[in-house]
Design a protein around this ligand. Sequence first.
Ligand SMILES: NC(=O)c1ccc[n+]([C@@H]2O[C@H](COP(=O)([O-])OP(=O)(O)OC[C@H]3O[C@@H](n4cnc5c(N)ncnc54)[C@H](O)[C@@H]3O)[C@@H](O)[C@H]2O)c1
Length: 369
Amino acid sequence: MGPVQGPVSWQAMAKKLKIGLIGTGGIAQGCHIPGYKSIPDDCEIVWACDVNPETAKKVADEHGIPNVTHDYHDILKDKDVDAVSVTTPNKYHKQPTIDALNAGKHVLCEKPLAMNADEAKAMCRAAKDSGKILQVALQNRFSGTGRFMREYIDNGHMGDIYYARAQALRRRGVPAWGVFIDKEQQGGGPLIDIGVHILDYTLFLMGYPKPVSASGKTWDTLGKDKSLFNFWGDYDRDKFTVEDMAVGFIRFDNGAVVVLESSFMANIEREVFRTQLFGTKAGAEVRVWGDDPIKIYTEVDRQLLDVTPVNIPEVKSSHTAEVQAFVKAIQNNEPSPVPGENGLVLNAVFDALYKSSQTGKDEPIDMTF
Ligand SMILES: NC(=O)c1ccc[n+]([C@@H]2O[C@H](COP(=O)([O-])OP(=O)(O)OC[C@H]3O[C@@H](n4cnc5c(N)ncnc54)[C@H](O)[C@@H]3O)[C@@H](O)[C@H]2O)c1
């Protein structure tokens, strides 16, 4: 009789994937590379690409990545490559993603998926046509609070969530590096850069209802003011072409409403990154991280209870968890837990909010592609 086989994990059975990096800047180095390197039996990074060849070379040397290029098409021509991370500035998400999908590679694309909904639609269409995975890097839902809240909600304890307040507010937090203040390369300011995270987190907990219309307003007075302090250093105020703050009122097809607030600069006490959920059975105030991040407000037998969960799962890095989920989806031939369509929803909402700020009207949202 042969040896008795023990249980085999998905890792042990699966093919080891070959990965290419398109863009080797901050997020690639800080999050994607550690994510892939955390599961060396399941994947290896074989290409580093950056339009800045020195950056790509430095990253490749540091991490033992065998191939370096300044042109991502070189990666797409490599038949052995299974998947790529697109970790370029927002303006350069669309083309590498579509080209990679058309070349038969799976894609993990950084957030926001695109500059606008038209681009996001083209990317989702390419994913559908190619049958490959397009995942958006929205890591916060992989956090301990995301996992705890999702299970709590799925178990019916909140009832129907009919309203949420989502806030990603900084007091003086304009990123002074990269292209974050350049509308032409980013598509927008705090709304598209950090509002994207808290809106995704909120919609994830609400079961991603379909948005139908949105009304919004943006401002840029503080961001352009040369006299103001910024925690992250000085930046050229004359080049500040994005909003410093945006607010929005978003309606969904199930009757729910989300109010979204997002800022790089605002005269508030301190940074806020949280969502408040209003359900028919309970409400919850959730900060994505920090001490005692979740408070639940409910009623049992006519007693009002404030509940503080104590066994929230510990997740060391939600970025790593997100990369691992991408690899697992490819290996198991399963849909991604963060499909491109979710990124399209977010881009479509932002388009409506930016447009509404100009027209002063509620703007319809259409996500057909
Ligand atoms: N998920 C998160 O929490 C998070 C955090 C930070 C940034 N991001 C996202 O990651 C993306 C990149 O941000 P970053 O902070 O790493 O910026 P970065 O400027 O540090 O890095 C971007 C890199 O892409 C390179 N690049 C530009 N165009 C390219 C092209 N066509 N081909 C190959 N390389 C190209 C640049 O030379 C640069 O090295 C943005 O979309 C941003 O929104 C996400």
